[in-house]
Design a protein around this ligand. Structure first.
Ligand code: PHE
Length: 445
């Protein structure tokens, strides 16, 4: 029976893969026409529960593309964007990427944000051999879909362990509860990676509670957690639920630190959570407070265009578009196989979210930042930078705040060998003073 199944699935997958080949007019990878505008598809949640993710992403991409086109395009070709709203729904993500590929005939795709949506659409891009770069999906499985799928952000084993270490070392937490979204690959991954690292550091996860994105109320789970009285609560979710969870936790008299990840990052979070977000910390991709000139130039340009401070999604999306343009330039055009190879060979690319080098699994190896929430100023305040193992802080960390804050100047020498589950922490007072300097700067604007 088992053998029969094996044989059957083998035949089935051979049939499937030949169907993919036949799809392309050339019988191989689509080659693109090599001239005229470069068509880039963008998909994301422009409406729906987490629409600030999609909005920031498209804004970041538009800013990058406007800059690229204003400077003459890529190898003399302009980039045009075709954007699609998937309403944050995985089935819709699949559908819109099918449209981008089959109808619009885009030469590359940027998106999605939420890992579950990227996972739903990536097989379409992979099957059609259209390179897809996700700016911000952090679940490891996303790029495992295939060699046409890459990302410019770090992955969740690193992000989850970053927060676990921060909890154990910086907050001295011995016990933690986790409250996660059971329908989200992102949330499930972070739950696992946080627990692994927290336990390794001598901590204990006292309970893992679950919710789904449609839950209006979290008091049952929170009451259960309250009875166990953990030192911290890790909430690896998206801002829509996190804001309400924070409010309800404080209403129940729970004042321990709340910890989260990049999914909290949205200007909407402050409206939902208000002062309840005090005593909370997240891991994230970049800090808009970083005084490094390349970051502040980006922040200024983005603010001038959209009148809001760019969140990490905007910064990652901007970087993803620039990495794509750089790869098209190096590939000498949009031939799909060559472009895929050029993207995957991205090395030492100076982005606003750090220096981007893709490893063999097409994931970017980059540091993470820990940010402290400051609801009275609606601001994520920089706390510390955590580097993956094998990557260290820039050498001169005491005399020059700018250098230190500037992850772009980091050496990449050992990065390719780094083990993402281990990281080294650099906690620096200089960074705080740089951040203060910078916030005064902003306040005076
Ligand atoms: N990393 C999240 C995911 O994979 C998406 C996200 C990135 C959300 C950055 C906010 C900021 O689902």
């Amino acid at each position: 029976m088992k053998n029969f199944f094996l044989a059957f699935s083998l035949i089935f997958s051979i049939l499937l893969s030949s169907a993919c080949v036949d799809k392309s007019a050339t019988g191989g990878a689509p080659t693109g026409d090599g001239s005229g505008d470069i068509k880039v598809g963008v998909y994301g949640d422009l409406t729906g529960q987490t629409s600030s993710f999609g909005q920031s992403t498209i804004n970041g991409i538009r800013l990058a593309v406007d800059e690229i086109n204003a400077a003459g395009g890529v190898n003399g070709r302009k980039i045009t964007l075709v954007s699609e709203d998937d309403q944050g729904r995985p089935e819709q993500a699949t559908t819109v990427v099918q449209k981008l590929v089959n109808q619009d005939k885009v030469q590359a795709i940027l998106g999605e944000v939420a890992s579950t949506n990227s996972l739903a659409a990536a097989p379409v891009a992979q099957g059609a051999r259209i390179p897809m770069i996700t700016p911000s999906s952090t679940n490891p499985k996303v790029t495992e879909v295939g060699d046409y799928i890459s990302r410019v952000c770090f992955i969740d084993p690193f992000q989850g362990s970053t927060m676990a270490k921060f909890a154990a070392k910086s907050l001295n937490a011995k016990t933690a509860a986790i409250l996660g979204d059971v329908n989200s690959d992102y949330s499930k991954g972070l739950t696992q990676f946080f627990e692994q690292e927290f336990t390794k550091n001598g901590g204990q996860v006292v309970t893992k509670e679950a919710y789904t994105q449609n839950d209006p109320d979290f008091k049952a789970q929170l009451t259960k957690i309250r009875n166990l009285n953990p030192d911290v609560i890790y909430v690896p979710g998206y801002y829509g639920q996190v804001g309400i969870i924070a409010r309800q936790a404080r209403e129940l008299g729970m004042n321990m630190p709340l910890l989260g990840g990049d999914g909290w990052d949205s200007p909407e979070l402050w409206k939902l959570g208000g002062e309840s977000l005090k005593n909370s910390y997240i891991s994230n991709h970049y800090s808009a407070e970083n005084p490094a000139p390349e970051i502040q130039n980006f922040v200024k340009a983005y603010q001038a265009k959209y009148n809001v401070v760019p969140d990490s999604l905007a910064a990652l999306a901007y970087d993803a578009a620039k990495v794509l343009a750089d790869a098209i330039r190096r590939a000498g055009g949009t031939d799909s196989a060559k472009l895929k190879d050029a993207i995957n060979a991205t090395k030492d690319f100076k982005g606003v979210t750090g220096t981007i080098t893709l490893d063999a699994s097409r994931n970017a190896i980059k540091p993470a930042v820990v940010l402290e929430l400051n609801p009275s100023a609606s601001k994520f305040a920089f706390k510390e930078t955590i580097y993956p193992e094998g990557m260290s802080a820039p050498a001169d960390t005491t005399s020059n705040a700018n250098t230190m804050m500037n992850t772009n100047q980091m050496s990449n020498a050992n990065m390719m060998n780094s083990n993402m589950t281990n990281s080294s922490t650099m906690n620096s007072n200089m960074m705080n003073s740089a951040a203060n300097m910078n916030s005064t700067m902003n306040a005076n604007k």
